[in-house]
Design a protein around this ligand. Sequence first.
Ligand code: G3P
Length: 215
Amino acid sequence: MKFFLDTADIGELSQAAASGLVDGVTTNPSLIARTGRKLRDVVDDIVRIVDGPISVETISLDAPGMIAEGEGFSAIHPNIVIKCPLTPEGLKATKALTDSGRKVNVTLCFSPLQALLAAKAGATYISPFVGRLDDVGQDGMLLIREIVQIYRNYNFKTEVLAASLRHPIHVLESAKAGAHVGTLPYSVFQMLFKHPLTDIGLEKFLADWKKVPQG
Ligand code: G3P
């Protein structure tokens, strides 16, 4: 399973990337807005830190607008993946952009049939939002399982990018379901390393080591 970091915060991205375990980055307009910086400045920094797919989201509502934005993003760096929303216009743009050799991440997916449409449009990634479905009382993880099953049934190349992951169990269940990628907030990424028995065990080993004659 590939790990992307779901952030536009350069400080936390640098910290996470130093682990050597970050395969890519996803951003969205809310994450960019949180930085108070210009999109271009943020993206320029991200491409310097991570050498992997970096999703940048279009904000147009019509396909020609998304295509123009996407072409502009692609010109910034070859690692840029264009994020288009799961709307009829977004899928038109997805088809056009993928036909021209660009990579597209179709975002705001909340149903398996939406995901089927995105795969048929040639999306490189589909982003089902697990946490936001949980928020409204639906089973977000079921969506991941259903999409993985459908894509396997028809041998679609589109990768399932589990998004809106809010805690480590979301990551665990996405990995068990066979999601190709999980995009994680920095806080969730950090939690993956943690287990209290690791800390206790390390403390004990170090204490015992002090009893071993040295030299
Ligand atoms: O980038 C999309 C996504 O991961 C959003 O997460 O927590 O805002 O639902 P969240």
